[in-house]
Design a protein around this ligand. Structure first.
Ligand code: ZN
Length: 192
């Protein structure tokens, strides 16, 4: 019986089951030698599933209130697959929430960074959910999605009311209500 060898890895394929061979070459070796075929074999459907969010940077500057606490999105960045936005309590330089959206599976991770004055022993924690394309159809709806994620968690609601009380103290100090300073345009979006 003639000996057969895989021309990709050089190993003998004489006794290997035909199901795993193309000619005398390993099926696996043939596939991994062709990138397109390899992606197809891995079920790589990224091209169709991947959602591109071209206006992600439009989130920056958006202000919104949740449970009386005022927030602003100060930064937004994306790598094409992973979209990140930083939410600050109004007038706070420390971020309160980091939102990460993985566009390949629409998994949304909301990382809450509890203010140090709220509880210095509390470590950041994640609220996760899977969203749909509808949730990112425009900034307002996506912001509402973030708000709903925050409201869904009792511990986070407690932090929200803490931030709200703290902001009220600042607003009513001195000459009464202080208008929050906006960056531009879309200020005053009260979604709740
Ligand atoms: Zn081989």
């Amino acid at each position: 019986m003639k000996e057969h060898y895989c021309k990709y890895c050089g190993k003998e394929t004489t006794g290997v089951d035909y199901d795993y061979l193309i000619g005398s070459d390993h099926l696996a070796c043939v596939i991994s030698s062709m990138p397109e075929l390899r992606d197809w074999a891995n079920g790589n459907t990224k091209k169709t599933k991947h959602v591109e969010i071209s206006n992600w940077d439009k989130l920056v500057g958006n202000k919104f209130d949740v449970m009386g606490a005022s927030f602003i999105i100060r930064d937004a960045e994306d790598t094409g697959d992973i979209y990140t936005a930083w939410v600050h309590a109004a007038d706070d330089n420390e971020p309160f929430v980091r939102v990460i959206l993985f566009s390949d599976d629409m998994h949304m991770q909301v990382k809450v960074l509890p203010p140090i004055e709220y509880d210095s022993n509390m470590t950041p924690y994640d609220l996760s959910s899977t969203i749909t394309k509808n949730h990112i159809s425009n900034p307002s709806i996506f912001i509402q999605t973030i708000g709903e994620a925050l409201l869904s968690d009792p511990a986070t609601r407690d932090i929200l009311s803490y931030i709200s009380r703290k902001q009220d103290n600042v607003r009513f100090k001195g000459r009464g209500y202080t208008q929050l300073t906006g960056t531009n345009g879309s200020s005053g979006n009260n979604l709740w």
